[in-house]
Design a binder for this molecule. Structure first.
Ligand code: ACO
Length: 375
């Protein structure tokens, strides 16, 4: 039966069954591969979470070693990808646009089997982002280090030196936290593309394009800009009060789905605290938590009943900044984690789904044909 009721933004429309993640906005719960986020994200290596999503089990030690080694061996980019990244950096293309441009070139030399394709794409996306960023700074790319895990190697390829264990842990936790989030816009895009039995590279490329939009991949930079603008704790209240009084939105607060605190904000806040205390500017962390507290109190005072809580972007910005990443790399880093979710959704769609083909309601006119000379 066709439901002809138009649902703008597909809100409330259920378009897939998934075992990959569950988002409960009223309880503030995110379950990934059967685990509540708080249990999984701070403990697992990113390879364990990617394996869990792809194979529906946590890996045994032997499976983990084999999967990690496969990923490590597949990090080197095709020459054509590297050439494209060099040209794009010379033209000053923003990193997310460079990622959209480079993703289809990863079809070059792609294995035939779907597991091999998943490994190849997952392994190469961080190399694209790190190499591009270095080219954009006028530096040479850093060759991947096969001894390092996924998160540590990404940091190594960005900086050219090994990250400390606390930074490596911070990156693992970040990647795990954003790996999957229900049928968000980019995941839906990937599932639509693969539902036509197109290919994984096309699905991942389309998903990156969807994530690039500020309404989805967001602009986590501005959340941190507010903390820097405030600068010291006693300025938090007047600055925030003034922003709200003139009708500004506080970046890093509010969410369409979560009406209680976004669990990802909690996990990333704890990860940021550990990382900043071990190896960072702990004053900045303290200032950010103070700003958060003042912002929540002022939002409650000036916007009562709207249930505005800290969202994932606030602590994403703080954590990734502490890991040494500049703001333009925040969304590309989100993409390399979410790619594991996209690919797992593609496999699920191929195994259980049908061609996605919703309906539209025609709101145009009926017309009579008028020959060109008579118009
Ligand atoms: N600061 C101040 N007021 C806010 C904020 C905010 N961050 N967010 C919502 N409000 C207010 C609105 O002004 C509105 O007030 P009103 O009832 O007086 O008109 C009320 O809360 C409801 O706002 P909506 O726009 O209807 O809420 P919606 O669910 O559509 O918006 C959104 C969600 C876009 C995230 C919003 O909260 C926002 O703009 N936040 C700031 C930007 C941000 O942090 N974006 C990243 C989100 S995380 C992610 O998407 C991955």
């Amino acid at each position: 039966m066709t439901d002809t009721q138009f649902k703008p933004g597909l809100e409330g429309v259920v378009a897939a069954e998934t075992r990959l993640s569950s988002v409960d906005g009223s309880r503030g719960e995110l379950v990934v591969g059967g685990f509540v986020l708080e249990e999984l994200a701070p403990r697992a290596a990113f390879e364990e979470v990617a394996y869990l999503l792809l194979y529906d089990e946590l890996p045994t030690p032997a499976q983990f070693d084999a999967f990690r080694a496969q990923l490590a061996a597949a990090r080197t980019l095709p020459a054509a990808t590297e050439a494209l990244l060099r040209s794009a950096s010379a033209a000053g293309v923003p990193p997310m646009s460079a990622l959209v441009m480079a993703a289809p070139t990863l079809a070059i030399g792609l294995p035939d089997d779907r597991e091999g394709q998943a490994v190849s794409l997952l392994a190469k996306l961080p190399s694209v982002v790190a190499s591009y960023w270095r080219f954009a700074q006028g530096l040479d790319a850093v060759a991947p280090n096969q001894e390092l895990g996924f998160a540590a190697n990404y940091l190594y390829m960005l900086a050219g030196s090994n990250a400390s264990p606390s930074r490596e842990r911070g990156m693992e936790t970040y990647l795990n936290t954003v790996v999957d989030h229900g049928l968000n816009a980019s995941t839906f895009t990937a599932r639509v593309i693969i539902s036509t039995h197109s290919d994984l590279v096309s699905a991942v490329t389309g998903a990156i394009g969807a994530l690039k939009g500020p309404l989805h991949g967001g602009a986590p930079g501005p959340a941190l800009d507010m903390v820097f603008e405030i600068g010291k704790p006693d300025r938090a209240e007047p600055v925030i009060r003034e922003k709200l009084e003139r009708g500004d939105r506080l970046m890093g607060f509010g969410h369409r789905v979560y009406k209680v605190r976004d669990p990802r904000a909690d996990v990333l806040s704890a990860a940021a605290r550990e990382m900043y205390e071990a190896d960072g500017d702990v004053e900045l962390y303290r200032l950010a938590t103070h700003v958060e507290g003042v912002a929540l109190a002022e939002l409650e005072r000036q916007k009562p009943g709207r249930h505005l809580q800290t969202n994932v972007e606030f602590y994403t910005a703080l954590l990734l900044h502490g890991l040494g990443l500049p703001a333009p790399l925040f969304t590309p880093t989100f993409a390399i984690a979410r790619a594991a979710g996209w690919i797992a959704h593609c496999f699920e769609q191929l195994d259980t789904g049908r061609l996605m083909r919703p309906e539209s309601v025609y709101v145009g006119r009926r017309r009579e044909w008028v020959p060109l000379a008579e118009r």
